[in-house]
Design a protein around this ligand. Structure first.
Ligand code: GLU
Length: 447
């Protein structure tokens, strides 16, 4: 069998969108799971839509996601050039062959000697292919009109150029979005006209939002460009993991998968026929799992730029490290540290209902008052605060939950949370005491 060769063929018309990233990732996984080649070809024939820097940013974001490729415009390779505008002579040569064979014809622009070339669609023919995702698909040629292969400016259309390139680049499998299903019979016509082998096609389902509507680039409710996730402090391994699950699932019941795991489990027969739902909650969950596994140092590196951008003073590395270690468990992505920071320092103080219940269930007031007294005298570093709690315990002869809970609830409003002495030392004496005062007030009024 021929070596597997697949390609990702973006038009450099903008930033790397989630949908395109998925196409690239699935082709990459397909190649890597079968010891094949993965190449990148730039389809830039829609000249008006090309944007400056579009190609570079696509490649940059694919690299960030952890992809690598064997051939591309920036890397070269044996079947280049890898930009369509650099291959115009080849398209012209093959369009002329079809003209000579009588399978295409010229269509002159009115009052000009310029002409487009149209493919002459065979009458009454059925085009059948076995889609890797959807099974057998059939199309009737009578439903397809003679289509333009080369425009009157000499530039080929997508449907023509794609076949010439896929053939000469020895592409064996084509995984792409379902919007290309109806292009496939047109492309098959060209393969057949030249007597070339037809690659296998697989058309992936659309990606939908939670309302089951197709993701549109204008949809503001979902962040859709890879570069935006990067800016928000999502992790590339998590993004790759999440995107690989958009329309594919492994045979094992496991959702957190490294790139190597995914390559090992990748099986194109498990590509889904049903639309893939973009689940924002799941993305946050997956990212959080990867964030949790980061070392404290790596987590600080992730968070620091976000804190800085929000105008938070990060000049004291000990303070930054303490803050990060305090919030690490709860952070789903880098930029979220800022929200958590604000909630921690500036959030309003309220006692959760179950916590209030606890405070009222036993004599907690004396513990809270004693704790306040100790804190007032302390230097308020984490060790001092720990000592203060112990002293209260000794003096009042309380321990365990009856000691720790009142201290925690009176200063944080909650029964659970990160290490209390550390949290309080970051919060500062003034805020801690004022929260305790508020708690005492609540308890005394209610008493
Ligand atoms: N340039 C096309 C696109 O971006 C490629 C389609 C294909 O893979 O054949 O949709």
């Amino acid at each position: 069998m021929n070596k597997v060769r697949v390609r990702y063929a973006p038009s450099p018309t903008g930033l790397l969108h989630i949908g395109n990233a998925r196409t690239a990732i699935f082709n990459y996984l397909f190649a890597r799971s079968r010891g094949g080649d993965f190449l990148i070809r730039i389809e830039d024939t829609d000249v008006k839509r090309n944007v400056i820097g579009g190609e570079a940013s696509q490649l940059d974001n694919l690299r960030w996601l952890g992809l690598d490729w064997d051939e591309s415009p920036d890397k070269g390779g044996p079947y280049g050039p890898y930009r369509q505008l650099e291959r115009l002579d080849l398209y012209k040569e093959y369009a002329e062959k079809l003209l000579d064979m009588g399978m295409a014809y010229k269509e002159y622009k009115e009052g000009s000697n310029k002409y487009a070339i149209r493919f002459k669609v065979p009458a009454d023919k059925e085009y059948v292919f076995n889609d890797m995702v959807r099974g057998t698909l059939r199309f009737q040629s009578k439903e397809v009109e003679d289509w333009i292969m080369i425009k009157d400016n000499g530039i080929p259309t997508y449907n023509f150029a794609v076949v010439i390139d896929d053939h000469f680049m020895k592409i064996t499998h084509i995984l792409r979005g379902e919007e290309h299903i109806t292009n496939t019979p047109k492309q098959m016509m060209v393969y057949e006209a030249f007597g070339w082998d037809i690659p296998m096609f697989g058309h992936m389902t659309i990606i939908v939002n939670e309302k089951k509507k197709k993701l549109s680039k204008r949809d503001q409710s979902i962040v859709q460009f890879i570069s935006q996730y990067r800016e928000l402090g999502y992790l590339p391994e998590a993004m790759l993991n999440f995107i690989a699950l958009l329309g594919w699932s492994p045979a094992v019941n496991q959702e957190i998968l490294s790139k190597e795991d995914i390559i090992n489990h990748f099986d194109s027969s498990r590509l889904s026929k049903a639309p893939a739902m973009f689940d924002v909650v799941k993305l946050a969950y997956i990212n959080k799992e990867y964030v949790k596994k980061m070392s404290p140092e790596a987590f600080v590196e992730l968070c620091k730029p976000h804190l800085e951008k929000a105008g938070i003073d990060v000049s004291n590395p000990v303070w930054v490290a303490d803050l990060c270690s305090l919030l690490h468990e709860r952070t789903a992505y880098g930029a979220q540290i800022v929200e958590l920071h604000h909630a921690f320092f500036h959030g309003s103080f309220e006692i959760e209902p179950e916590a209030l219940e606890f405070l009222k269930s036993e004599d907690t007031l004396q513990v809270i008052k004693a704790f306040k007294k100790q804190l007032t005298m302390s230097n308020f570093n984490a060790d001092d605060i720990k000592e203060s709690i112990k002293d209260v315990g000794k003096r009042l002869n309380v321990k365990g939950k009856s000691l720790f809970m009142p201290c925690r609830i009176a200063t944080t409003g909650a029964m659970h949370g990160p290490d209390l002495p550390k949290s309080l030392s970051l919060l500062g004496k003034e805020v801690a005491i004022s929260r305790i005062n508020k708690t005492i007030e609540i308890l005394e009024n209610k008493a």
